[in-house]
Design a protein. Sequence first.
Length: 481
Amino acid sequence: MAEKIPESPDQSEKQKYRDELPLLDKFGLSVQTPLGLIGIALTTICFLLTLLGMVLHATGLMENAYAAIVTFLVFPAGAVLGLLLIPVSAYFRRKKWFGDSINKPNLIIDFGKKKHRQMVILVIVLSLVNIGIFSLVIYQAYHFTESDYFCGVVCHSVMEPEYTAYQRSPHAKVGCVSCHIGSGAEWYVKAKLSGLRQVNATITGDYNTPIPAPVEHLRPARDTCEECHWPEKFHGKMVKEFVSFSNDDQQDPLIDEVALHIGGRNPITERFEGIHWHVSDNVKVEYESLNEKRTEIGRVKVTRPSGITEEFSRGDTEPSENQDVEWRTMDCIDCHNRPAHIYDNLEETVDFGLQSEQIEPSIEGIREDSITVLQADYVSRAEAREQIIENLLLLQAERNGSDFVTDNRQALLDSGAYLLKSYLGNIWPRMDITWGTYKSHLGHQFEDEGYGCFRCHNEEHETEFGKTISQSCDLCHDYPE
């Protein structure tokens, strides 16, 4: 049997020192190091502030969006950073980067010792508490970053126009993420990665004014719009009324009614017809976009239920310079391109004011003056607040005299208030958004600029056999019977 070599006095002292080290010191953890002290302090402070913020939000005592960002994003991130600094400090201490560094004793956890058992239990309990609280924080952070308030208010300077238009749209009760992200993890991850780029652009000021349209990399409408809307459902016809005034007649409007062929699958003929024919499950319509705004259309392909594909083309169209040709399958937003961010038309806004008598229709020249006031080039929204009502009074004084303005001051002030509200709901000079910045593809009121149905329905796209895409009005509408 081999004889045990006795330890030297120096070795015996070192072993005794190692055995007497507290368990945390054997890990190398200690508040004696500056980095470890910072880590412990940061974790403790951020953890307590996170708990406080959660309580305030849960009780409704704090509802500020920026406070929610700090509570659910900043403080938890600080706590996690502090937790990471503690093992980093331990590593540096054992590597003797600090004055109170230690030798590297073997770490032995002896469950036969009460202190060791207590330490392990404490670590497990604290870990479970941390996991529970951080899971709740992550869950709340997820829901907060998915909220309309987060989308519209946090990036206030950039998103204020879109958020304002959204709040008065037909989709105001539909959450932003329902259309922009939809369900499933894949698009959620894509959206958050894109969001990081957008946050960086907002911080650095490196973003386009106005925000370009159409939006790039938007999830296909079949995955979002059709969660609520069903193109296959037969809707038949819907009568739409267009009300307009003129400068010569502000009190008797011209009312034009059309019966729109909304369409769907006709239960009598079993045919898919009307406007929504374009997005039928039995038909695939593809088009070649020649510019970023999709206002110039090259070739069009139509694949019918029989499997036959027809290709229509225009011989005089070529892609814009440096523009990659994009083939796109037609869906809802190719016509409904402003479904939730609808900006008002200038003349329609004034005419609605006259119809609802928010603009006094009996005042001579009020329609023309209202359009002039709203079209004026104001440097900022603050300047518009100061000048719109005053400018209306001045124009009316020039037209009808100062005595008329004095006698009808309240009616003019009420009319001016409506104009100011309309301006502030549609115009943002800092974002280069003015009347007509964002146009709709519904119908053909902006046909001269390439918007609407006539992008394709122009009798110019034809097959090699001479068949064209018809421009016949009764394809989409006629007059009510």
